[in-house]
Each structure stands twice: as C-alpha cells, then as structure tokens.
Design a protein around this ligand. Structure first.
Ligand code: C2E
Ligand code: CA
Ligand code: CA
Ligand code: CA
Length: 277
C-alpha cells in the first residue's frame, strides 16, 4: 500500500508486517533453542597457503531447528545480538570450542588455535573477561590455543571496548580483526588497536585475480600488517588462482572453500596433523 500525502498509514505494508512476525517467531525459537541445545559448531580450516598445511580452524555456529531446519547465522546472529540472546549463546559457543580443543589435544592432534567469533554485544558485558577466563579454566584449555575474531566495530566503538580487548590479550588470547578493510578503523590508526591478526575481508579476495584495485588493497594491508607486527590472513579463498595471487602479494595464510568448507568436528579432524606424523 502506497502512502498518500502527509502522514499516510504504513501498517499494511506487507513486507514490514511479515518481517516483524518472522522476527518475533525467530526470537522465540532462539530462546527455546538455547535452552534445548539445538546448536552445533562447524570448523573451517585455516591454511598456510604456501605449504598447504592446516594452521588453525575457525568455529562457526549452526542452528539446527527441529521444524524450521537449518537457519543461517547471518539471519539469526543479528537477532541474537539485539535481544542479548547472544550472551548465553556466545558462552555456549566458546565453551563448546574449548571442549573441542581439549578433545583434539587429548587425542594427540597437533595443537593449533581455534578461532571463535565474538560479537561487540558480548564484549560490552562488564564481566566478559572473567567469563572468558572462567570458561577456559573450567575446560582446561590454555589461552594460547584460543583466538577471538572481532569485527571492526568492536575496536572503533569506544575506549572501554578497546580496554576490554587489551585485557583479553593480557590473558594470552590472540585477537583478530575480522572483515578487515570494510570498516573505517583502517590504516592510519591501526597501530593503536589492540590486535594480533588482520583478517582480510573476502570482498577483496573475490576478484583479486582480475581487479588491480583489490590487489592493491590486499598488498597495502599485507604491508601494513608487516609494519605493525601483525599476522595477516585472507578469507573467502575459493580458487587456486586466488591462493597464488595471495602468495605473490605476501599473504601466506588463508581460509575458504578452495581448501574446505566449514565441517563438523569429526569430518574436520581428517585435515589435522597428528603429533607423531
Ligand atoms: P564471518 O565470521 O566473516 O565468517 C565467514 C563466513 O564465510 C562463514 O559463513 C563461512 O562459512 C563463509 N565462508 C567460508 N569460506 C568461504 C568461501 O570461500 N566463500 C564464501 N563465499 N564464503 C565462505 P557463516 O558460517 O554462514 O557465518 C556468517 C557470519 O555469521 C560470520 O561471518 C559471522 O559474522 C557470523 N557468525 C558465524 N558463527 C558465529 C559465532 O559463533 N558467533 C558469532 N558472534 N557470529 C558468528
Ligand atoms: Ca569470522
Ligand atoms: Ca570474516
Ligand atoms: Ca562477515
């Protein structure tokens, strides 16, 4: 229904009404699913592009709703953030990733870092550092094997947030800036940011073999990382060509469908070297 003149009634706009209902439904179902444990984690290998060896994994949450089926994170994470359901869910995610790290270490896999995505809403909790510390202790995982992926908003927002991030690093947990290059915290004041790793957004990787611009940006980020003493990794590597261009540009870590999609732990572990091999 179109608006007529000033102050038209909008409540029959079909898209809006549908969205609201869907949202309410998803919010309710999210709450129930956190209670019922309808979530799992998948793990996507991070590779050394040059040697083709696994260097770590990223944990990605999956919502397997009994009736609605699998709902993608891009659809429910924003709702979980707005409603703060991300707080209990995020704790579960970190704990589950720690349990998996412990499990792999006990079974003789070479130790490596598991990266866990953490939302700015979680970082905003006054007790988040203690929560993280407690989960690691309870699950018997040393902080050096955990990495947190935070988006640029977490760094740009406020000085308290950066302080929190620094306290997390003081524990010995590595911090990566996810989707790097898409926000505004870039280049000039990167030195001020409490981070260990830059994760180059996949939008720059997608056309890296044909777009001179993307190549220049990736090259600049690699140089920046080297200058600032940060690690760098590319996400969304889908082809061998992209991997080769990345190596040429000096980016030696990558992640993407070319190597593996995110997999359940039991499938992912075939890619992990054992200590005695
Ligand atoms: P992200 O952290 O940037 O994760 C990367 C996304 O790209 C993942 O989608 C992954 O499956 C996908 N991907 C991996 N390789 C490729 C590739 O080669 N090509 C393309 N086109 N895509 C690739 P996913 O799992 O659907 O997650 C989407 C987003 O949802 C994540 O983006 C992250 O922002 C959020 N998310 C996922 N799991 C969690 C979580 O446990 N906690 C939080 N707070 N957010 C999460
Ligand atoms: Ca991520
Ligand atoms: Ca990302
Ligand atoms: Ca993203």
């Amino acid at each position: 229904v179109k608006e007529h003149g000033g102050g038209g009634v909008k409540m029959y706009e079909p898209g809006t009404a549908t969205k609201t209902l869907e949202r309410i439904l998803l919010e309710n179902e999210l709450r129930k699913s956190v209670q019922m444990g309808h979530f799992t984690l998948e793990y996507q290998p991070k590779m050394n592009l040059y040697h083709g060896e696994l260097s770590g994994v990223e944990a990605l949450v999956r919502w397997n709703h009994p009736d609605l089926g699998r709902i993608p994170p891009d659809k429910f994470i924003p709702i979980a953030e707005e409603t703060k359901i991300i707080l209990p869910l995020g704790e579960w995610i970190l704990r589950e990733a720690c349990k998996q790290a412990y499990n792999w270490q006990q079974r003789g896999y070479k130790p490596f870092r598991i990266a866990v995505n953490m939302s700015a809403v979680q970082l905003d909790e006054p007790t988040i550092v203690e929560t993280i510390q407690r989960i690691l202790t309870e699950e018997k995982v040393s902080p050096e094997f955990i990495e947190l992926e935070l988006t640029e908003t977490s760094f740009a927002d406020r000085v308290e947030m950066r302080h929190t991030i620094q306290r997390i690093r003081d524990i010995g947990i590595q911090v990566a800036i996810d989707d790097f290059g898409t926000g505004y915290s870039t280049f000039s004041y990167i030195k001020e940011l409490p981070a260990d790793i830059l994760k180059i957004d996949m939008s720059f990787i997608r056309d890296i073999d044909v777009n001179e611009n993307s190549r220049a940006i990736v090259k600049a980020i690699v140089t920046l990382a080297a200058t600032a003493g940060l690690e760098v990794i590319a996400e969304g590597v889908e082809t061998e060509k992209q991997a080769n261009v990345l190596i040429e540009l000096g980016c030696l870590e990558g992640q993407g469908y070319f190597y593996s999609k995110p997999l359940p732990a039991e499938e992912c572990e075939f890619m992990i070297p054992k200590i005695d091999e």
